[in-house]
Design a protein around this ligand. Structure first.
Ligand SMILES: Cc1ncc(COP(=O)(O)O)c(C=O)c1O
Length: 389
């Protein structure tokens, strides 16, 4: 389409946008049950829109937002058992994982490096490795879908520079044995990164609520950095990922002095230059506004519905769950039907689910209400009846 010569008024554009964007799914419908994103908290949305002009890439111009970002990282650090933590609010889990591997590679000061990740690792590690010229080695999973530490040990070579553990796998929300990975990392002097993009805003609050939660954060001594995404269970607007380093010196491993900016010389330690101050402000706002208590409540509600869903699924003949949920993710599987057929039928009924090779991922995010879970279960029963013929 050619750009028009004369501009159009707000009213016309709004009408067109509202009509054209109607075709998208909305979180409010409760039908998005496969995404790790949700409606941002209304106050975070408000502050995000209000401070859109803030650029964290030019911290000399915006020292006050820079201070807010630092405060946000301290809050994230305390949630992750380390008040000394330092890092950045970035574009998402992908950028955070890139920054972690970039840091590991710089620290290693060698070429031809390998990074061992669980077979369950998010594809952002493949992207990061391609970008950074690293080789990704995938370690096997055990029967509970966690990384098999023996397989990690076997994969370690003199070329290995880093290990990755996941706290909330993309497919099933499983947590790897980070304490065992830490022992190995400390023994072999390797960088250990934990991808808690999803679980970072879930596990600490589940623990508060009395759920049994394995150690996955900076309480584990070998952990150097953690990815934790406010734009997933943190209820912040997109884009808001988090890279949290154990200390300030790790944060500065990948850092550049940028001389030309109008705020004067500044340091940038993220992949991008110009970046959203509004994102950091929104994360600061929602964390301050909800407090631990608010997140506990949200996570508690999601987990309650998750447990209900996981208990009800096996009551539908032919369906089962891949594993008992650790967090608000259910893996729906079947030994009777092809899960692709079930996914197809769910999509025909306007459910936005997420399909993996052997299961359908259902993520019970805060926008999903009890009635949606009930409707989903009813539809699953109907689908099974249909597939039985
Ligand atoms: C465990 C994990 N890490 C990283 C990511 C990437 O996050 P983003 O899509 O925000 O880049 C995801 C995305 O779902 C994820 O599940």
């Amino acid at each position: 389409m050619k750009m028009q010569v004369k501009g159009l008024p707000e009213k016309t554009l709004l009408r067109e946008l509202e009509s054209r964007l109607k075709g998208d799914f909305s979180f409010n419908s409760g039908r998005i049950v496969g995404s790790m994103c949700t409606n941002p908290h209304p106050l975070a949305r408000k502050m995000y829109a209000r401070f859109l002009d803030k650029n964290l890439g030019d911290s000399g111009l915006f020292p006050a937002v820079t201070a807010l970002e630092e405060e946000t990282l301290k809050m994230l650090g305390t949630v992750l058992s380390n008040p000394e933590a330092s890092g950045h609010i970035v574009t998402g889990g992908t950028e955070a994982n890139v920054l972690a591997l970039w840091t590991a590679r710089k620290l290693a000061k060698k070429t031809n490096c390998e990074v061992i990740v669980p077979a369950s690792a998010h594809c952002s590690f493949d992207k990061a490795a391609d970008l950074l010229g690293l080789k990704i080695v995938k370690a096997r999973l055990n029967d509970r879908f966690q990384v098999d530490v023996e397989s990690v040990k076997k994969a370690a070579t003199p070329k290995t520079i880093a290990l990755v553990g996941i706290a909330g796998t993309t497919a099933l929300g499983v947590v790897d044995p980070v304490d065992e990975l830490s022992e190995l990392a400390l023994e072999k002097n390797l960088y250990l990164h934990v991808d808690a993009a999803f679980g970072g805003f879930v596990l600490p609050f589940l623990k508060d609520l009395g759920y049994k939660v394995p150690d996955f954060d900076f309480a584990v001594p070998g952990v150097c950095s953690i990815t934790v995404d406010p734009h997933k269970m943190g209820l912040a607007p997109i884009p808001a990922g988090g890279i949290v380093f154990r200390n300030e010196s790790l944060r500065k491993v990948v850092s550049w002095d940028i001389p030309y900016l109008s705020g004067g010389e500044t340091e940038q330690a993220t992949l991008v230059g110009t970046r959203s101050g509004a994102s950091a402000i929104a994360v600061w706002t929602v964390m301050k506004h909800l407090g631990r208590e608010g997140y506990r409540k949200t996570v508690g509600k999601c987990m309650h519905l998750t447990v209900k869903l996981a208990e009800e699924i096996p009551k539908i003949r032919g369906l089962s769950v891949a594993t008992e949920p650790t967090m608000n993710i259910v893996g729906l599987k079947s030994d009777t039907f092809d899960v692709r057929r079930i996914a197809e039928e769910l999509r025909l009924r306007k459910w936005a689910i997420s399909l993996f090779p052997r299961h359908i991922r259902i993520v019970i995010m805060p926008h999903v209400q009890e009635k949606h879970v009930e409707e989903l279960l009813q539809d699953l029963s109907k689908i099974v009846d249909k597939l039985r013929g």
